[in-house]
Design a protein around this ligand. Structure first.
Ligand SMILES: NC(=O)c1ccc[n+]([C@@H]2O[C@H](COP(=O)([O-])OP(=O)(O)OC[C@H]3O[C@@H](n4cnc5c(N)ncnc54)[C@H](O)[C@@H]3O)[C@@H](O)[C@H]2O)c1
Length: 369
């Protein structure tokens, strides 16, 4: 079996995390066994191969992927090295990938080729390496760069997992293009394994299920990696806010007016590194009109949270490719992503994924939820 051949777009901390995580599983690293979804269809976590990679960091382009995942400003160090990752990181167009706060940390290359030459080179590289699925790990706010890579995926015939909040799977025009080309896409914006979003949704769902009215809620997140540094730039955050806020609004029994809900990344604290801390508060009323409030604090490795989801997303995407199913994978996106094309509760999404997986042959995901 050829496995799941993955291309990385943006060799940052999330990429470093998933690559080190897969290697930990493959090498039988003590402590990594038995966690996550061992097998999806015929594919094990160990069957994921990283066969192509693209970035704009001058210190990453032209180097082997096994070296680039440790290059500054990446900070994931679960393993001291990952052997056998010889694929060379190729150049991507910078476009809107670099925000004002991260510019001096990333040191972007000066693109000398035209966008169309870089597009042709990227398509050639994906075909040459027989990449099945590209994983988009670009920084928040990279609208043009993400659209560039969606075009490349369509042209190269690769599936796409869109880990960040530029809306592609959940944008009708893009979704239709992926459906017409019979290319699967999972998106948008990863919902971490035990991340702030799924915890907030679970608590909100509990309130809905118990007949409780939620009157106000907030979610504040702080972290110390380049993702959080980039998100200090408010103008890059519009779609992230929508993605995170809608993830909560869609499980409330009644939507809250904007002045009574705040869900956002909120600050950068350098010494936290990849540790993300989320503070969640829900205020409400229960029978017979008696107020209550609850607060919780989550302290979690941001990149483990992402990697545990993306190892599943790429395998579902590969299964869709095997079945020749194109367009947004609604059930899978509902389960794994914050801003899916079809929002649904997490328990319904999980059940729908099981049905989707058990379906014997190709069918249009778009029509199935
Ligand atoms: N738990 C999580 O970590 C989580 C959850 C949901 C979404 N996300 C999103 O995933 C994305 C990746 O997160 P990260 O922590 O790896 O970020 P990061 O800043 O560590 O990595 C981003 C990488 O993209 C590269 N890049 C920038 N512009 C580029 C371009 N035009 N072409 C190619 N590469 C480019 C940078 O050089 C860097 O290597 C972010 O958008 C983040 O918000 C992460």
């Amino acid at each position: 079996m050829s496995g799941v051949r993955v291309g990385i777009v943006g060799v940052g901390n999330c990429a470093s995390g998933i690559i080190q995580g897969v290697q930990m599983r493959r090498s039988g690293h003590k402590g990594s066994q038995g966690l996550g979804n061992e097998k999806i269809g015929d594919y094990r976590i160990e069957d994921i191969r990283f066969v192509s990679a693209f970035d704009i960091g001058a210190n990453k382009i032209g180097t082997p992927l096994g070296k680039a995942i440790y290059a500054s400003p990446n900070v994931v160090d679960w393993l001291p090295s990952v052997p056998g990752l010889d694929v060379t990181v190729k150049e991507s167009p910078v476009l809107d990938g670099v925000g004002i706060y991260v510019g001096n940390k990333i040191k972007p290359v000066k693109n000398t080729k035209s966008i169309s030459a870089l597009r042709d080179a990227a398509v050639d590289e994906l075909k040459r390496t027989k990449t099945d699925v590209i994983v988009n790990y670009l920084p928040v706010g990279s609208q043009k760069a993400t659209e560039f890579w969606a075009e490349v995926a369509l042209e190269a015939g690769c599936g796409m997992v869109n880990c960040m909040p530029v809306f592609i799977a959940s944008n009708e025009a893009w979704a239709n293009r992926f459906a017409a080309a019979r290319i699967p896409i999972v998106g948008d914006d990863v919902k971490g394994v035990v991340g702030a979003t799924i915890v907030h949704r679970t608590l909100a769902q509990l309130c809905a299920d118990r007949g409780v009215e939620v009157t106000k809620t907030y979610q504040i997140n702080v972290g110390g990696n380049t993702d959080f540094l980039n998100m200090k730039e408010q103008s890059r955050l519009e779609s992230k806010r929508i993605s995170k806020t809608e993830a909560v609004q869609t499980v409330l029994s009644e939507r809250l007016p904007p002045e009574r809900i705040y869900v956002g990344p909120s600050d950068f604290i350098p010494y936290l590194g990849n540790t993300k801390i989320a503070f969640i508060r829900i205020e409400g009323k229960m029978f017979p009109g008696i107020p209550f409030n609850m607060e919780m604090r989550l302290d979690v490795d941001d990149k483990a949270n992402s990697a545990g989801i993306v190892v599943d997303a790429v395998r579902y995407c590969k299964i869709a490719l095997d079945r020749k199913v194109g367009g947004p994978l609604n059930e899978v996106s509902g389960w794994l992503m914050k801003h899916p094309p079809v929002p649904m509760s997490d328990d319904k999404a999980q059940a729908a994924v099981k049905v989707w997986l058990a379906a014997p042959s190709a069918r249009k995901s778009k029509q199935s939820v």
